[in-house]
Design a binder for this molecule. Sequence first.
Ligand code: NAP
Length: 496
Amino acid sequence: MHSLHTDSRGPLPLFIAGERRLGRGDDAESLYPATGEVVARLRTASVDDVDEAIRAADHAFRTSTWARRKPHERAAVLYRIAQLIRERAEPLAQRQREDNGKPISETRALVASAAGTFQFFASACETMEEALTPSRGDYFTMSVHEPMGVVAAITPWNSPIASEAQKLAPALAAGCAVVIKPAEATPLMALELAALCEQAGVPPGMVSVLAGRGSVIGDAITRHPLVRRVSFTGGTATGKHIARIAADKMMPVSMELGGKSATMVLDDADLDHAINGVLYGIFSSSGESCIAGSRLFVARSRYAEFMDRLAAKAAALRVGDPCDERTQMGPLITPRHRESIERHVAVGLAEGGTLRIGGRRPEGALYERGNYYLPTIIEGLDNRATISREEIFGPVLVAMPFDDWDDLVAQANDSVYALAAGIWTGDYRKAWALGRAVQAGTVWINTYKQFSIATPFGGWRDSGLGREKGRLGIQQYMEQKSLYWGLNPHPLAWAD
Ligand code: NAP
């Protein structure tokens, strides 16, 4: 088995100014959500470390060969990173499980997706084309892209290796230097990725990892004058705060934010498919997923039957030890996060909701030390209830019947969020019409929560700004430049 960069008893070093060294900030710990045990200790970055790392990153960007290498040369290094991730897939998946408590089956998939992300952006990098634009004079014109310089990736705790790879790979492909600020609760995968980048031949200083508190370190990174772009994934309130700072710097940002996605089951849906899809959509990752299908609308004529079957299957989901390959739901990230879910459920019940299943912590020795919470379904509320409007980010489904098409479309779109939606129907014409009418960055039809790195992803309204993934994901980290090449054999006539 390959050892990992984060296997260490002492405090872990960060990646600052091209070196592995301890931060000069506070001590911090990564805790295993299933038991509360310490997985790793860290010395976080200080504000001085942030400044030093970003200046060094800028220096590395300007002086190392990375940005000037030919795209196929950068691509070769990115392919190598994908290969290194695959070689260490199992230890990385185990480390990710410890860092954020997701079931091992899921962390294995996240690691595989991170490798796929590097592979995809390697190929996108070496096949990216620039445009020759139609000439309108005695010149020819072209449009090219240049790397922005130092860019920042600020990430949440729910799928660290995947969300960090999704920013790091295209930014490196673009030729940028990248500063990663992982979530306080889950710093380990960013350190692993930085170590693999180093091993694969990314020059020192091009990848920094500045773990630390978001309100201090994340803020200092965002405000730093040498940071040219922030790619942020996290909560909407934090995203808006970063966007305000960015406005003052005239700095582009991309924002992957929260969601309150609607899943819609029409009267002609195949219920076996719909039930499994709805369960996966809300309860996988214990609902700690931006795209969780947390609002369920079911045609009134099928509502009773659907809910009986859904609730029976949800109650039988295997909640437990993340090491167990059969586990479907692991613990929540922190005790505090579980309390916030409990508060949401209490509000739902106080507003007149009724519990169909769950609404409490599981009991038994296995669950005593972990942040576990049962799959929960609440009925009897409408789309205006607090828990129909606010993102809960946990295993809580609000289920509602709908009466007709207009009612469904109006309710599905009545949310500040517009990240994703799911449609279950046997009629492709209805799926098409609803798929176009629903306002969301991603719509799944007769499936849910499937992902392809080749397909752009992002949200509308409070769910975000910009798109990640897809071939053009690289260009987020580049500025566009137009070149005019004069072809006139005579001097410009105006000056004569
Ligand atoms: P969060 O509190 O907004 O934190 C996200 C990241 O921002 C963390 O690294 C955090 O650091 C940092 N941060 C906090 N305050 C900051 C500030 N003032 N300046 C700069 N950075 C700051 O979100 P979370 O609770 O970790 O994640 C859950 C949220 O992420 C949910 O709303 C979920 O929907 C969203 N999410 C969206 C997507 C998507 O693709 N749309 C994907 C995954 C998650 P600390 O950890 O140190 O606070």
